[in-house]
Design a protein around this ligand. Structure first.
Ligand code: ADP
Ligand code: MG
Ligand code: MG
Length: 213
């Protein structure tokens, strides 16, 4: 039922938090090459606030749309950086597609991811190739839709899409940042992948485990 979806979403956020806590130092080091070094810290602060909001929403019986709106706003407010504002807005946009009373299958999840991509693009004003998290997120969304269209089971399609997004995140090492704090030191960033793209893949991968639990 719809309540189960809220519980699963909370579990996904908890898993993301575990992954981000573990990666905090590495993400900070990636961000310090050409950015300000706070990406690991910001992601942990944002996801921690989102988890707290999600747990209190689920305890009150909230549906997944309400839950993700509260979690997204908490993430944006507490992360203290560009990626946090974008993550928060994308979660909220995705949640509004899921709704509080809808049955969620792979196709609905794909629509939610697409809504998150669109919101992130609109709010951040970046596009594929600008060396941001969009360079991982857009291939993730595309590959997930392609997998579903090819009759792959949703979890398998998601796993394949994560592999595709991981390759794309690694490939950002060859790009020069066109937006964000790393732009002034764009040349220095060549050879290092975009921290936001790397953290996005870590977060996406947790969904497979959390849903399968
Ligand atoms: P800040 O840059 O404010 O210190 P973070 O370090 O947490 O915030 O996040 C940096 C990441 O945010 C970048 O690696 C990139 O992936 C992402 N990012 C920055 N600007 C944009 C943008 N305009 N659109 C999409 N993603 C962006
Ligand atoms: Mg930073
Ligand atoms: Mg910063």
């Amino acid at each position: 039922g719809s309540r189960d979806v809220a519980v699963v979403a909370t579990r996904v956020l908890d898993r993301m938090r575990e992954a981000l806590v573990e990666a905090e130092g590495d993400l900070g080091r990636l961000d310090s090459v050409a950015g300000d070094g706070d990406h690991g810290r910001g992601m942990v602060k944002g996801v921690t606030a989102a988890c707290a909001a999600a747990h209190s929403a689920v305890d009150r019986g909230a549906g997944v749309s309400t839950l993700l709106a509260l979690a997204g706003r908490a993430w944006a407010a507490q992360a203290g950086g560009t990626s946090g504002v974008l993550w928060g807005a994308a979660l909220e946009a995705g949640g509004s597609v899921l709704g509080d009373d809808r049955t969620v299958d792979g196709r609905v999840l794909a629509q939610a991811v697409r809504a998150g991509v669109d919101r992130l693009r609109e709010l951040g004003g970046a596009d594929v190739g600008d060396k941001t998290m969009l360079d991982a997120l857009v291939p993730l969304a595309d590959a997930f839709e392609d997998g579903l269209a090819g009759q792959r089971r949703a979890l398998d399609a998601w796993r394949d899409a994560c592999t595709r997004a991981d390759e794309a995140a690694r490939a950002t090492a060859g790009l020069r940042p066109q937006v964000g704090r790393a732009r002034p030191l764009a040349e220095r960033s060549v050879g290092t992948p975009d921290p936001g793209a790397v953290s996005l893949v870590l977060c996406a991968r947790t969904l497979t485990h959390a849903v399968a639990d």
